[in-house]
Design a protein around this ligand. Structure first.
Ligand SMILES: [Fe+2]
Ligand SMILES: [Fe+2]
Length: 130
């Protein structure tokens, strides 16, 4: 079963952003499924790196849209992005240092973060810019 079920209600109506949201969710689901199947340490590092790269590229796109339009809640929205990236980076560092990765905890965290962020921050962004 997919970790994060894509729902139409997540759609913001900005084609570029919706496309990236769907892609991101797909990547997270794939990484989660692969990590459950006894992946090697190297594979886990690669998944984490891929997730991190995809998510930060997406955040950069949204932040550019906000900056270009003088969006009023830019700082708060960006801060939420930064917090998630920090947490993923910490997990990657801990993993590199030999700590076990709690795959389920990571999965739950991503799931909770994205569903909340889509419904609140990203939805508001769309209302203002859309
Ligand atoms: Fe987003
Ligand atoms: Fe966002």
């Amino acid at each position: 079963m997919a970790l994060i079920e894509w729902k139409d209600e997540f759609k913001l109506g900005i084609a570029e952003v919706d496309h990236e949201h769907e892609e991101m969710i797909e990547l997270i689901n794939t990484a989660h499924a692969q990590m459950q199947s006894n992946a090697s340490a190297e594979a886990v590092s690669d998944f984490l790196g891929e997730i991190y790269a995809k998510i930060s590229a997406h955040f950069a796109l949204e932040e550019k849209m906000m900056r270009d339009s003088g969006y009023d809640e830019f700082a708060q929205h960006k801060e939420e992005h930064e917090q998630l990236l920090d947490e993923i980076r910490d997990l990657m560092d801990a993993y590199e240092d030999g700590e076990l990765l709690d795959n389920e905890a990571l999965a739950m965290k991503l799931h909770a973060w994205f569903t909340r962020h889509f419904r609140t921050r990203d939805a508001r962004l769309h209302q203002k810019l859309g």
